[in-house]
Design a protein around this ligand. Structure first.
Ligand code: ZN
Length: 191
């Protein structure tokens, strides 16, 4: 029917917030996802993770970032991966340095060295074992998200000095964003 065209698409409303980086949830390894006795429906959990990642504009998101204490994360790619109980079984010799950000530290970007390629194992949402080799951005995102499941953080990779400098930049970026939001609101009010 013609009228259908004018009905806006349903907007996704997040059901979970990103927990603060100081929260124990992000500082302790979460429990294994138990397919024999699932803590929650794995398909529901997969959808929840992917939708929140897209909503927050990330390229990877671990369950504990949303306050869900399970060893699961999702990451963008073709196809999209949701990795249950992931482990890194091998790393390549080549190391690369890339700018990395994290949804839990908005606006903070750090140059971090990590292996350029990895071999991994994880379970898909059916509990089936998947063995893969990742390189490039996928390898980077996998290692970043895997670290969240170890209760560790990307900020632990850099020196105090580098972190302080990045935090100053972060404050500037956040101030700029806040100012843009204020200006946008003013425009709306004066219309
Ligand atoms: Zn992160």
């Amino acid at each position: 029917m013609e009228i259908q065209k004018h009905i806006p698409k349903p907007v996704f409303t997040p059901t979970h917030k990103l927990v603060d980086p100081s929260h124990p949830m992000l500082n302790e390894p979460p429990e294994k996802f138990d397919f024999a006795n699932p803590q929650m429906d794995p398909i529901e959990l997969s959808e929840l993770l992917v939708k929140h990642m897209q909503h927050f504009g990330g390229i990877g998101l671990s369950a504990n970032q949303l306050g869900l204490p399970y060893r699961v994360f999702c990451m963008v790619g073709e196809p999209m991966h949701v990795c249950f109980n992931p482990i890194i079984t091998g790393m390549g010799d080549e190391i690369n340095m890339l700018d990395e950000g994290c949804l839990s530290w908005p606006g903070l970007y750090l140059k971090i060295k990590r292996p350029a390629s990895i071999r991994v194992r994880f379970q898909d949402y059916n509990g089936d074992m998947v063995v893969k080799k990742f390189a490039g951005m996928s390898a980077r995102v996998f290692q970043h998200e895997y670290e969240h499941l170890q209760g560790e953080h990307f900020v632990e990779h850099v020196s105090r000095f580098a972190l302080d400098r990045a935090r100053q930049k972060q404050a500037k970026t956040l101030n700029k964003v806040r100012k843009q939001l204020r200006d946008a609101n003013k425009k709306i009010q004066t219309r």
